[in-house]
Design a protein around this ligand. Structure first.
Ligand code: SF4
Ligand code: SF4
Length: 171
């Protein structure tokens, strides 16, 4: 897995232009069954990809912490919300609360999340490859491809599947 993770930024760069074109096309002509296709691809990928052997998302990027996340996690630590914020979070340029360190402070040495049951919503939903209306989150997906091996694989498979479809369904 680590070799793939190391290689991923280059692999992602190699397909960046093609992916941008692909997502523009996907937005214009979205297959009616895209939600089902994505759910299948996502399930298939995560049957063989074990996130505990990777954790590259937790090591390199921060989730957004919503107010509900902050309330739930600070309660878990029996901390005041303002204490939790000042100890762990910053405001980013988009006015979102994010971690001020990477890797994530809550990532254990074994790649387990130490706050798994109360983790941020963004962590529960990452990498969003089974999100309904997947074509509407292409910017997020493009951002995730160099970070997340599963996202890279899923998008590559999606491209292959849709390229094989009859013209009237996708082109
Ligand atoms: S809170 Fe847990 S799942 Fe989220 S980034 Fe940190 S270690 Fe990963
Ligand atoms: S979601 Fe992606 S980047 Fe995060 S641990 Fe799983 S495979 Fe790795």
């Amino acid at each position: 897995m680590q070799d793939f993770i190391n290689e991923l930024p280059k692999l992602a760069k190699d397909v960046e232009v093609a992916n941008k074109k692909f997502f523009i096309k996907l937005k214009k002509k979205t297959p009616k069954n895209l939600d089902y296709i994505m759910q299948d691809l996502h399930d298939e990928e995560f049957e063989k990809t074990d996130c505990l052997t990777c954790a590259n998302c937790c090591k390199t990027t921060s989730p957004i912490f919503t107010n509900a996340d902050i309330g739930r996690i600070s309660k878990h630590f029996k901390m005041k919300e303002h204490q939790f914020i000042s100890q762990f979070l910053n405001f980013d340029e988009d006015n979102h609360y994010v971690l001020h360190t990477a890797p994530c402070h809550f990532l254990g040495a074994d790649n387990e999340c130490m706050i798994y049951d109360v983790r941020p919503k963004a962590c529960r939903e990452y990498p969003h490859t089974n999100r309904k209306k997947f074509h509407k989150i292409s910017e997020i997906t493009m951002h995730n491809i160099p970070i997340c091996p599963a996202t890279y694989n899923i998008v590559e498979k999606l491209k292959t599947i849709l390229a094989d479809k009859p013209k009237k369904q996708f082109r």
